[in-house]
Design a protein around this ligand. Sequence first.
Ligand SMILES: [Zn+2]
Length: 219
Amino acid sequence: MEEIHQGQISDTLARHADSLNDISQKIWREPELYFQEKFAHNLLTDFLERNGFTVVRGYKNIATAFRAEFQSPNYDRLLHPTIAVLCEYDALPEIGHACGHNLIAEAGIATGLALRDVLTSHADTAQAVDGKLVILGTPAEEQGGGKVILINEGAFLDIDFAMMVHPFVRNDLEPVILGIEACRVEFRGKAAHAACGPWEAVNALDAAVSLYQNVALFR
Ligand SMILES: [Zn+2]
């Protein structure tokens, strides 16, 4: 992204810092459990609509899910990406927003505002950025598997990639991603007896290459 866009993003975030913080604080003070996030849903969708997004409330028959869209003036579905930024906003029983989902919601709508300005302000110039931005409200993350339901309902079918942030006590650039399974594989070779030919040996690298190629084909 060019410097001109980075400056614009900082400007937009600074301009809206107070109202973004206000929304986050309101959600924090009004914790709602999974599938009951009416207050947060209304607050976020009203805000996005006021800021130029086309909003669907109660998306995919989930009362507290939403989808808000914004696209560049020259957006072409076949040429330009569709990117989703996810907002979570449910809380935990008794300890409220201990997981900080109010901050996920704030970061999601902040990204929405910043990219909205990038998508519009340089249209028809060499710095134009084209694409469609979808702010997706995904409820029921502490319990209820909100995103699983949304995936099964086809909410991500037109999305090229989706992003979100989750607050943590420190920066974590390599988080454990729940959608992958990590495993450790050891390859051991075996030397040949002096009496045998070298072809009797077992080459660990052969096994590693073979695993690599088979996993690649399996995909
Ligand atoms: Zn969480």
